[in-house]
Design a protein around this ligand. Structure first.
Ligand SMILES: Cc1ncc(COP(=O)(O)O)c(C=O)c1O
Length: 405
């Protein structure tokens, strides 16, 4: 991968025409190593958060072998890169053909479900296989999450016991899973969910082999400073120890965001400044879905290819490149007052659900990927330490910008 020391070096050397994903594989390694070292169970990477090959490779290089996949495309992607990968098909609604091919062609043995109809599909499509791990997804409270995921999936506390009993009859291993919602700001949400799962298991009277606490582990965005990840792990470990499950039951987690969020930023070019707003070449149909639709306060920096910013700072609204008026990132994004056409904006903390959400609407969306060696905005994995670059690709000295944080 073409790599620059900093995004500013890239701007000054290349004047990129397309939006650029500035990626830091090292940050993925740090996050995956932390989870594998601290989570008291198996860590599955939720591929949907960022399926980029560089991110998967960084994860795999740490020894991570389990992947939470949601579709056949994700299965094919993981299988094509890592013959020894293990995959859990954790989408609670799958087509029969997808189940069949994943089982018979790709060796998938773990399937999630949240209703009897899906159980019937899995059993039929695998020809009543006797080596299935069936994971019943439970509906749990998402009130502590910044991005709730509770509306669509999950068996209710009322329906789950019967479903677990039924699934037990077809499962070599039986599990429960839940998702407390993405960017969960309170570790006790996991304890509450585990306690609810325990009640349901007791009521079902089944032996449980797997407890999957899902994703939801947070990253640090401006204005959203979560408790330390150590606390999440502690709460989960303590609550798991109290669960009425088999002595050798396994504990799993499926983080997406927390493994990749801080690894990438997006560099977009300013195409026009008009009426206090910046029109840029990336937007809600590109890499900025969450900035537009969830109004998340992603951090920004301005980069000028040929000089320095002199103005004060002010808040700007950003418009994406498509003709759709929903392609708007309200912000406000605090940037230099004198920002102008041809300058670049770097939007940080977009490694999760950034490039993964991109479309080609209106003919836009193509994004280059370039490695950078600078540090992310913030980190959940200890203090950020500036390292000396081994070798600079850029020959031009980056000039200091007044507005850089
Ligand atoms: C089943 C499942 N597992 C894991 C994740 C990853 O969640 P997060 O990115 O919040 O860690 C998701 C996200 O949608 C999910 O649906």
């Amino acid at each position: 991968m073409l790599t620059f020391h900093t995004p500013l070096d890239l701007v000054r050397e290349r004047l990129p025409e397309l939006p650029v994903a500035c990626v830091r594989p090292e940050r993925v390694s740090i996050a995956a190593t932390w989870f594998r070292g601290n989570f008291p169970g198996e860590v599955l990477y939720a591929v949907k958060a960022n399926p980029s090959p560089w991110a998967l490779d960084a994860m795999y290089a740490t020894g991570l072998r389990w992947f939470d996949v949601a579709s056949e495309e994700e299965i094919k992607l993981v299988a094509s890169r890592y013959p020894d990968a293990k995959m859990a098909f954790m989408h609670p609604v799958k087509s029969r053909k997808a189940i069949e091919r994943s089982y018979f062609e790709h060796g998938v043995r773990v399937f999630s479900l949240d209703c009897e109809a899906e159980l019937e599909k899995i059993v039929a499509a695998t020809q009543r296989a006797d080596d299935l791990t069936l994971v019943v997804r439970l509906a749990v409270n998402n009130a502590d999450a910044m991005y709730a995921l509770s509306n669509k999936f999950g068996a209710s506390a009322e329906n789950a016991p019967a479903l677990l009993r039924k699934a037990r009859g077809f499962a070599d291993n039986l599990g429960v899973s839940f998702h407390v919602g993405s960017q969960c700001m309170n570790p006790s949400a996991y304890r509450d969910a585990i306690e609810l799962a325990s009640q349901i298991i007791r009521e079902a009277g089944v032996i449980l082999d797997v407890v999957d606490v899902g994703g939801g582990f947070p990253s640090a965005y401006p204005g959203m400073t979560p408790p330390d990840l150590e606390l999440y792990v502690k709460v989960i470990k303590e609550a798991f120890e109290e669960m009425p499950v088999a002595m050798n039951a396994q504990l799993w987690c499926e983080p997406g965001r927390a493994l990749v969020a801080e690894s990438s930023s997006i560099l977009a070019r300013v195409e026009l400044v008009k009426d206090g707003a910046l029109h840029i070449n990336d937007g809600s149909y590109g890499n900025l879905f969450d900035a537009a639709h969830c109004k998340w306060p992603f951090p920004v920096k301005a980069h000028r290819p040929d000089g320095e910013f002199e103005g004060e700072l002010q808040g700007f609204k950003l418009y994406g490149p498509t003709c759709d008026s929903m392609d708007t990132m309200e912000g406000p994004f605090v940037l230099p007052t004198d920002i102008r056409e041809g300058d670049y904006i770097e939007i940080g903390m977009l490694g999760a659900y950034g490039v993964a959400m991109q479309t080609r609407f209106n003919g836009f969306g193509e994004t280059e990927t370039v490695g950078v060696r600078d540090l992310p905005w913030t980190s959940m994995y200890g203090p950020l330490v500036v390292e000396k670059p081994a070798r600079r690709v850029s020959r031009k000295a980056p000039r200091r910008l007044k507005v850089m944080r």
